[in-house]
Design a protein around this ligand. Sequence first.
Ligand code: GBH
Length: 457
Amino acid sequence: MTVGLQFPDGFVWGAATAAYQIEGAARDEGRGPSIWDTFSRTPGKVYAGHTGDVACDHYHRYPDDVRLMADLGLRAYRFSISWPRVQPDGSGPVNPRGLDFYDRLVDELIGRGIDPIVTLYHWDLPQTLEDRGGWTSRDTASWFAEYAAAAYARLGDRVSTWTTLNEPWCSAYLGYASGIHAPGRQDPAAAFASVHHLLLGHGLAARALRAAGAETVGITLNPAAVLPADPESAADAEAVRVVDGLSNRIFLEPILASGYPSDVLEHMRRFTDLAFIQDGDEKAIAAAIDLLGVNYYSPTYVAGRPGAPGGGPAHPGTEGILFLPPAGPLTEMGWQIEPAGLTALLERLGRDYPTTPLYITENGAAFDDKPGADGQVADANRIAYLDGHLRAVHTAIERGVDVRGYLVWSLMDNFEWAEGYRKRFGIIHVDYQTQRRTPKDSALWYRDVIARNGLPS
Ligand code: GBH
């Protein structure tokens, strides 16, 4: 038997998306190509050759989509701005027609009482910048800050919450080390240079936003909930330290404390001379921020095992560490369902960074859901996933962690990166043939959660 739970007054309930995953309109109004246009056209990179050319056609259907958000009672909507719409070549002249779209979207949201939360970079780097080295190049950090200022100049009078990057872990390690994401490079040294330039870009952009008058500035990470296979084992605790350093402290400490931890610097030095770290960089990266966005899907269990292969190319230098295969109930992505991992992660962040308010900027699950004969989508598995994770958030709040909001991933089914359209994370179903939207049972359930600011018993 479960009990009803109340969330704090003013808790922010919402949903999240990202530009390349939903907008389509890949060539409209002067948008330049991004690394995901290139990558999705490269044979073998994305399931069945899917691309974001049309996606959910949100670019043309945004008024209907905002109406659906309002029907669910969303208080906030997290979306990303496409850098190559704003600057088709990544730097230099701004394309006002690209910003017009976000201008209209923001007005539509505000008109329906939904607070816009902007992500400036959700992985769609202008291809021109990749051609000049992408995130391995220091210039990209400065160009990112220029782009941030241009977006703020147009929307800052109405948007109060600005986040710089979404999950730089993915941009760096999946983009430049494992290559399963754009731009598809496989070079650990390039990945570490990218980590640094992403962090520097974040710091420079955060400072530019603040100087321009932004009220609330932050960043979204996907901190790994790294847990030991055996809590009693010293070898497993050591494995946790290494993976936590490589996945979490490498981002958290420069952003929220004062620079890279020495063990992380040592780890990186096995692949690079670190010449990309210049005087003053760590100070720039530590620009003050007002919130940390946390994306959580699944925990990572590790064990210290001599001879173990490590976590693969996305985890450079983790030989001797066993990454346990996901166990127990899994989502359609093959990811382990474990809400307790979220509580543990939030408690850790609350303990180590007690003055930074946290928002869950993504949490959700892919399941193989289809409309039934009645046209409805009965996704009890997703309701159970969301219910369990909201209880996990509530537990962390009860234990004193400052969690201010929860944004479900995702508002609607969309382009799931290397998985194409075959994985569905939405609480709204999208029929890609007709672009018909159908709120799933989970959407109707979420509407009730929002209305009562809590969970039913
Ligand atoms: C988020 O990425 C993205 O922000 C969002 O755009 C995306 O649609 C959503 O999640 C769903 O995927 O990779 O096998 O080592 C989440 C990416 C998923 C990266 C879990 C780390 C760990 C398992 N993260 N992953 S694995």
